[in-house]
Ligand binder design. Structure first.
Ligand code: ZN
Length: 66
């Protein structure tokens, strides 16, 4: 996994880590949970985030990736 680690850091320019649609509860700011990159971030260039490390996002699930 070593050769791919710089791809994750350089791509954090446009996308915001926290989903904009998840701020409905009215909490202060950055929530307490941590988000992970979608399982297919590297293999399919998926930019979505998931709550469980190593899990595919809803989009990838809908596309039958896993
Ligand atoms: Zn995904």
């Amino acid at each position: 996994m070593a050769p791919t680690e710089n791809t994750q850091t350089t791509h954090s320019s446009s996308g915001k880590p926290a989903g904009s649609q998840a701020s409905s509860s009215g909490t202060t700011s950055s929530g307490g949970y941590y988000k992970y990159r979608c399982k297919y971030f590297l293999s399919h260039n998926c930019n979505n985030w998931v709550y469980v490390n190593g899990s595919p996002c809803a989009n990838c699930c809908a596309e039958g990736r896993d």
